[in-house]
Ligand binder design. Structure first.
Ligand code: SAH
Length: 261
């Protein structure tokens, strides 16, 4: 069987056994886990997940041909969902607690992660995900750095995040042009409560659309005639978006929601 990887689907198959084992070791899958793998491709990682004997394994793969091959290869050991991950409804996750693993399709990795962060139905025990290194650096960025972005805020709201390892292009076929990194996401026991995650999505979008501008502009836009008390969030009108830590953004959302928004 010969597979012609599809660039449009971000197909870079991981074939480096050491890296696959790093993902498996970090996951510490046990018999009660329901695992969800995103973009299993040719099943390189899938095979190792199955060997750990999870209670259930769901895989979501958009490529119909790959999905059919996976069904043949692993028969009743996996549940193949032949769909676009971005079109999976929020309630797919309801009432479940997944461990999510995957070498994500890089063209949509930020979108996949932000959807999960904003989905109140999603409960996970852990997520171990491969990103292009540049995106991983943004996810784990420190406040006041140039990598600090919307995705830093969305993902650090509910998760503790740590890097497991950087991965070189030659661990994949075909080789991607960039380096990659594997990140581990552990849900925080306690996270800052907001009424509606959509408000965090909206507010971070407004701030980071003009990341070089001072924050008094987006604040004025959001709060209009209502006086905004900068002291409440320990910020100044002249700060730039990358100067506010995650908790300050969540407090802005609280203030915004207090207006009845
Ligand atoms: N995990 C595999 C393949 C990673 S490549 C490995 O490491 O070898 C990314 C995979 O995601 C490909 O199999 C690709 O077909 C799949 N994919 C791309 N876009 C997708 C989408 N929108 N929804 C689900 N899967 C997608």
């Amino acid at each position: 069987m010969s597979i012609k990887p599809k660039k449009s689907l971000g197909q870079n198959f991981l074939h480096d056994r050491n890296i696959i084992e790093k993902i498996i070791d970090a996951s510490k899958i046990n018999l009660n886990d329901e695992v969800l793998e995103i973009g299993p491709g040719t099943g390189n990682l899938t095979k190792f997940i199955i060997d750990q004997g999870p209670k259930k394994l769901y895989v979501i793969e958009k490529d119909i041909n790959l999905a059919k091959d996976l069904e043949k290869k692993f028969l009743n050991k996996i549940n193949v969902i032949t769909k676009d991950i971005l079109k999976i409804p929020d309630n797919f996750y309801s009432g479940k607690k997944f461990m999510i693993l995957g070498n994500l399709p890089y063209n949509i990795s930020t979108k996949i992660l932000s959807n999960w962060c904003l989905n109140s139905e999603l409960k996970v025990s852990k997520m171990i995900l491969m990103f292009q290194k540049e995106v991983a650096d943004r996810i784990t960025a420190e406040v006041n750095s140039k990598e600090y972005s919307r995705i830093t805020i969305l993902s650090n709201w509910k998760f503790d995040i740590k890097k497991i390892i950087d991965v070189k292009p030659n661990s994949f076929f075909p080789k991607p042009k960039v380096n990659s990194s594997i990140l581990e996401f552990t849900p925080k026991k306690k996270f800052h409560i907001i009424k509606n995650p959509k408000n965090l999505e909206k507010i971070t979008k407004i701030f980071f659309n003009q990341r070089r501008k001072m924050i008094k502009k987006p604040i004025q836009f959001l709060f209009k005639d209502h006086r905004f008390d900068y002291n409440k969030i320990d910020a100044r009108p002249g700060d730039r978006p990358q100067n506010l830590n995650v908790s300050k953004y969540l407090k802005i959302v609280n203030e915004y929601e207090a207006l009845g928004s």
